[in-house]
Unconditional design. Structure first.
Length: 154
């Protein structure tokens, strides 16, 4: 019987130790969870700040690229499709674009009278010259001259 009692006491001691260990583990887990919660809040705050900075940076980059893209697109269209006035239309110069396109289209039937053979090259040459001018200007100079200043020719 004393063995049974000592075994029962040992089991009770072990159970008490297990309960105490479980309580300590629960307390420690609660502590760690609290720290993790604080770190998650800090991380979320930093992520919001970083996302905001990224959005601002992306907006600035987009504004810079938009001006540059118009320059590059207008320049390439001027060189390859200058006779259509496409480079003028891209920059918002509808009247000038229509003038170039009209000269070209009127020159086609006039080639029968030989005059058209000469006038057909006028919009082509203008487009090539303007395309080269657009591509050789700095982004800022192009933007100020053709998009803000609205200079229609050369």
């Amino acid at each position: 019987m004393s063995d049974e009692k000592s075994l029962s006491d040992d089991l009770n001691d072990m159970l008490g130790d297990a309960k105490e260990g479980a309580k300590k583990a629960a307390d420690k887990a609660g502590e760690i969870a609290g720290e993790a919660k604080e770190k998650a809040k800090e991380f979320a705050s930093e992520a919001k700040e970083t996302a905001s900075e990224f959005a601002d940076s992306a907006k600035e980059t987009f504004e810079e690229v938009t001006g540059e893209n118009k320059k590059v697109v207008a320049g390439i269209l001027g060189i390859f499709l200058g006779w259509t006035g496409a480079h003028k239309f891209i920059l918002g110069y509808k009247k000038e674009g229509l003038i170039l396109l009209s000269i070209f289209l009127i020159s086609i039937p006039l080639t029968c009278l030989i005059i058209g053979a000469f006038t057909i090259y006028i919009p082509v040459i203008i487009g090539i010259i303007e395309g080269i001018i657009y591509l050789t200007k700095s982004d800022e100079e192009f933007y100020n001259t053709y998009q803000v200043g609205k200079k229609p020719w050369f």
